[in-house]
Design a protein around this ligand. Structure first.
Ligand SMILES: [Zn+2]
Length: 140
């Protein structure tokens, strides 16, 4: 279980900005990073796509070729895709049933969820599929 997520504040602010700009549509990015210890994970890079395969108010997904390119990029950095980060337009920053299923299926360690309300306010939480408690965010 990863209870602490280390990430650059600027990287997260950039995601928030994109999530607000896309509102009411959902956006998604992938987090490249490394597992440091049993309760700590470092996110070193958030990767974006230029075009989504699916993008609605309630779902979003990448083209498989773009996702595979992100996996290769992570591997070249000696790291992995530790999870995805996506927005929840007009909804809470909690994992949905589908979010949880994706984490299990893809063996993601963490998932970042950014709720966006009225294109202005964002709230972010990181989750791990092994715990009901949110992760602590440590800015680096
Ligand atoms: Zn979700």
């Amino acid at each position: 279980m990863f209870s602490r997520v280390k990430i650059k504040r600027g990287a997260l602010d950039h995601f928030r900005k994109k999530a607000r700009a896309a509102f009411p549509l959902e956006i998604q990015a992938y987090m490249i990073g490394k597992i440091v210890s049993v309760n700590e994970i470092d996110v070193t890079k958030i990767v974006y796509t230029t075009e989504y395969g699916v993008q609605t108010r309630g779902s979003v997904s990448w083209y498989l070729s773009d996702l595979n390119a992100a996996k290769i990029k992570a591997s070249k950095m000696g790291q992995t895709i530790v999870g995805d980060i996506h927005s929840h337009p007009s909804w809470d920053a909690v994992m949905s049933k589908d979010d949880y299923a994706v984490c299990i299926r893809e063996s993601y360690s963490i998932q970042g969820i950014v709720s966006v309300s009225n294109k202005k306010r964002t709230r972010i939480h990181f989750w791990t599929p092994n715990s009901a408690l949110e992760c602590q965010i440590v800015y680096i």
